[in-house]
Design a protein around this ligand. Sequence first.
Ligand code: AMP
Ligand code: ZN
Length: 118
Amino acid sequence: MSTDCLFCKIIAGDIPSEQVYHDEHVVVFKDINPKAQVHLLIVPREHIISLNHLDAKHDDLMTYCMHLLPKIAKEQGLEDGFRTVINTGAGGGQIVFHLHIHLLGGEGLSGAGFSRAI
Ligand code: AMP
Ligand code: ZN
């Protein structure tokens, strides 16, 4: 928990969010500025700043997130597939410095998508 972190405040319930899933490891809520019909953020409860701040003790958590993604996508009706994005550091476009995975799908998602700013 970091007291000046937006996502820690959302996880604590101090700032409202549209949650679609939560368990003891992660919280999943809707992005406030969606870039596609479905745009969710998978956020570990632990305050990890970014991929640059992972170490081996996070291996199980990250594997857990990878397995959770297709389950959440299916629940959202994304049978055809989905896109995941992790922005890392200011140079990678990260704005909120609490590790999170963007899950995007449905209408509005462009083809290859590598030039899309998310
Ligand atoms: P990133 O650039 O990967 O750090 O993305 C941060 C994301 O958080 C952006 O897509 C924002 O739209 C989203 N965001 C910012 N504030 C909120 C909020 N209060 N609730 C939900 N999503 C938010
Ligand atoms: Zn945080």
